[in-house]
Design a protein around this ligand. Structure first.
Ligand code: RB5
Length: 148
């Protein structure tokens, strides 16, 4: 798969490590930065990764900040993105199986790198279950027009 990745200053080291993990697993990676410790604004990277996924330029996205929360809130503003902050393996599996999440967000200040790799592999390896969840995913999409 093609995976778009991004991070802020709190997450770039973990993002870089997971980029290597993705390459080792045979995925193509598009890295939108950041690539150093200078303070940056996480919505900028959520925008880059989120739009890449929403436009179909990437199959899935990975965003890393301090908690994973700011990245999830930001990426979910992009229509077509279903970003899930999964700082544990259980949520990573269900975010794919039930919510058809297309962006994983992680908190580098909360999750050990080895654990983050397991979470990422679970996210990538779990298919959407479909069935009754299809209807709910459609209702999530409908919310993008809730104020129209
Ligand atoms: C940066 O200090 C921090 O606010 C950011 O990485 C993230 O945790 C926001 O949700």
């Amino acid at each position: 798969m093609k995976i778009a990745v991004g991070a802020d200053h709190a997450g770039y080291l973990l993002k870089d490590r997971l980029r290597e993990t993705l390459a080792r697993l045979g995925h193509e990676v598009a890295d939108f930065g950041t690539n150093g410790p200078d303070s940056v604004d996480y919505p900028d990277f959520a925008r880059a990764v989120g739009t890449a996924v929403a436009r179909g330029q990437a199959d899935l996205g990975l965003l890393v900040c301090g908690t994973g929360v700011g990245m999830a809130i930001s990426a979910n503003k992009v229509h077509g993105v279903r970003a899930a902050c999964c700082n544990n393996q259980y949520n990573a599996g269900l975010a794919r199986a039930h919510n058809n999440a297309n962006v994983l967000t992680l908190g580098a200040r909360e999750v050990a790198p080895e654990h983050a790799e397991i979470i990422l592999e679970t996210f990538l390896g779990t298919p959407f279950a479909g069935g009754r969840h299809e209807r709910r995913i459609q209702k999530i999409s409908d919310l993008e027009h809730a104020l129209d």
